[in-house]
Design a protein around this ligand. Structure first.
Ligand code: FES
Length: 109
């Protein structure tokens, strides 16, 4: 199901907040776009593309903290702030994500 946010961005309900255990990530599809959603132990939510731009690693299986996501395949890191990589490789797309009445809402364009 989807909810239109703007003319260039669409908000999609991808699941329930409890579908993502604290401190972990899970893969979803938001309006046809594969995404990885993380729920950090501080309660914050983050979303990025599902596949690592380096070699397609499953980013939802990566380790994370409040600053960066670490790809599980070759351990390159990506900043949550803008998707850029301190590892010096191509960055990832980051998507706005929030909770609405227990639903996980990801905005993709
Ligand atoms: S596939 Fe992600 S760092 Fe190589």
């Amino acid at each position: 199901m989807s909810l239109t946010a703007t003319s260039t961005t669409a908000a999609h309900v991808v699941g329930r907040v409890e579908d993502v255990p604290l401190g972990e990530g899970r893969a979803f599809v938001a309006g046809g776009t594969p995404v990885a959603v993380f729920r950090l132990r501080d309660g914050s939510l983050h979303a990025t593309q599902a596949a690592c731009p380096h070699a397609g690693g499953p980013l939802a299986d990566g380790q994370t903290d409040v600053n960066v996501l670490v790809c599980p395949l070759h351990l390159y890191t990506y900043r949550w702030t803008d998707g850029s990589s301190p590892s010096g490789v191509t960055g990832v797309r980051v998507y706005p994500v929030h909770e609405r009445d227990g639903a996980l809402v990801v905005e993709v364009c």
